[in-house]
Design a protein. Structure first.
Lengths: 406, 129
């Protein structure tokens, strides 16, 4: 970044401090030996230090100051990246003193032609951005709560009447109430999906991980959806490797992904069609596939499949109600698990949707640093989160790895 | 003797729904509109079952659940009516001493089934519930 500016001709060098001082970010430059080259005006102001205190001093002289204002973890992080000539990372930091600020700290090596000349630390004030995200999330939560309350009453009383709790009803009333019920369910799905999308975008989807049996989830979802599938005279087969290892994930969210894929398979497959669910271990991952003999997806639609609100232009798709959010949510959830959601399709023949989830690792010693995960998240943006590679250890399945590969 | 259920929700329509369904299912129903009133009625009338909404004025459902479990003797079966199944909410419900939960919007039929299962698990004879 700043490296090229610093390394060029003399006229550029004289304007370089001016350039640095004009930035809205606070910048600290350190040379290859760990001595401070310069802190820009913003840095001096935010951390209330005099230029004399920085000039040619080792970075360590800022240790007490930065530890107290940004926390020991942040200081350790700054020292750790200094020791690594290649580290280019971002971390979220909260400055407590002299005033509370939410900062994004970015650090990158400085150098020309592969020589390590020093290191840049850049502090960006993200207080307002973060506040805006929180307010939006809070707004969506409030709205969806306010929508859910009347929907509870509507859906509940419809069920009450259909169950005959208010006395007998004739067939015409039953039919019309069925339409009201189906549309209420659609509305509830939409509210839930919008809430999920909002939380995914804000990075505030609550998803604690634990060891999870995908076998249990697949069987449970199949049990729930089987009546509807059989009502369409479709066949449903499950082929699950009996030795499937537990994965590391969130059971509610993984259930949501499986439900989405299986209900899509049924929705977009004509009566008498076949749906096959398979689960097997492929090295460090468990892979689940849902194959159908449905309408399929046009090749031109494949790239848009996992984007928000995408709905294919097909008579069956128009007929089947949906929000176009299900696959976007499913893919975001799988990404957050460190897995991959994929699709293959042949129009008129059928589609296969599948996902991978990392196998649960032995508890032996691997501690994931929350800051590393956040750092990766900040760089990748929402929906693109991948777990740091350290989270994928060598825990593999007992079965034949050679044939299937990883 | 009928099983007594205390239904608590600040939303009149939801409270009416729950009350109607419980009565149809043969339960005796009393109700409250906020957490404070719920604790008072639970202490005075010793219901067998308490259905508690989470988001309520004065005293929230979690706090009310914890107080009812601690102060009412014998402690009733407590079910929480939570908003969408957020894991944190569910953990908090159990941490407050709740025995079970249903998420809004819920099926009244399922609510009745959960109450019955909970009562049987708590030692009631299936013939009585």
């Amino acid at each position: 970044m700043g490296a090229h500016v610093a390394q060029r001709g003399p006229s550029r060098v004289t304007s370089f401090p001016l350039l640095l001082d004009s930035l809205v970010e606070a910048v600290l430059l350190v040379d290859a030996s760990g001595r401070i080259v310069r802190g820009n005006q913003r840095f001096l102001q935010w951390f209330a230090v005099s230029p004399a205190r920085l000039r040619r001093q080792p970075l360590d002289c800022l240790g007490p100051l930065l530890s107290s204002e940004l926390g020991v973890d942040t200081w350790d992080w700054m020292r750790a990246v200094l020791a690594d000539p290649y580290a280019q990372r971002t971390v979220d930091v909260v400055q407590r003193l002299p005033e509370t600020r939410e900062l994004e700290l970015y650090s990158a090596p400085l150098g020309a032609d592969g020589a390590y000349a020093g290191r840049l630390y850049l502090f960006r004030d993200v207080t307002r951005e973060r506040e805006a995200v929180r307010l939006k999330d809070q707004f969506v939560s409030t709205v969806s709560h306010e929508l859910r309350t009347p929907l509870t009453a509507i859906q509940g009383f419809i069920e009450l009447i259909l169950d005959g709790d208010a006395g007998p009803i004739n067939d015409e009333v039953r039919e019309y109430l069925g339409v009201v019920r189906d549309n209420t369910e659609r509305l509830i799905t939409l509210v839930n999906d919008l809430l999920d999308v909002s939380r995914l975008e804000a990075g505030s989807l609550q998803m604690p991980f634990e060891p999870v049996s995908l076998t249990g989830i697949l069987e449970e979802v199949a049990r729930t959806l089987r009546p509807g599938i059989e009502a369409k005279h479709q066949s449903l087969t499950l082929i699950i490797d009996p030795a499937l290892p537990p994965v590391r994930g969130n059971p509610e969210r993984l259930t949501q992904v499986v439900t989405n894929l299986l209900s899509n398979a049924s929705k977009y497959t004509p009566p008498e069609g076949a749906i096959a669910v398979a689960a097997a271990c492929t090295g460090a991952y468990v892979q689940v596939t849902v194959r159908d003999t449905g309408i399929g997806i046009a090749a031109s639609d494949m790239p848009k499949l996992f984007t928000r609100f995408f709905r294919a232009d097909h008579p069956v798709v128009r007929q089947v109600g949906g929000t176009g959010l299900g696959l976007f949510i499913a893919r975001s959830i799988v990404d957050l698990h460190g897995g991959r959601l994929f699709a293959e399709s042949q129009p008129g023949v059928g589609s296969t949707f599948g996902f991978t989830i990392p196998v649960d690792q032995a508890p032996a010693g691997t501690v994931e640093h929350a800051s590393d995960i956040r750092a990766t998240a900040a760089m990748m943006g929402p929906g693109q989160l991948v777990m740091p590679s350290t989270a994928r250890t060598e825990e593999r399945c007992d079965g034949d790895q050679s044939a299937r590969g990883g | 003797m009928a099983i007594k259920v205390l239904a608590v929700d600040d939303e009149a329509s939801v409270l009416q729904l729950v009350t109607v369904k419980l009565k149809k299912a043969g339960f005796e129903v009393i109700s409250a509109r906020d957490g404070d009133e719920a604790v008072t009625r639970a202490l005075n009338e010793k219901p067998n079952v308490v259905l508690l909404d989470v988001m309520m004025p004065k005293l929230d459902g979690f706090t009310a659940a914890a107080r009812i479990k601690a102060e009412v003797n014998p402690p009733p079966l407590v079910l929480m009516l939570t908003a969408k199944g957020e894991t944190a909410d569910i953990s908090r419900a159990f941490a407050s001493g709740a025995d079970d939960y249903v998420t809004k919007p819920f099926s009244p039929r399922e609510l009745i089934e959960r109450i019955k299962v909970g009562l049987i698990r708590a030692g009631w004879s299936p013939a009585d519930v």
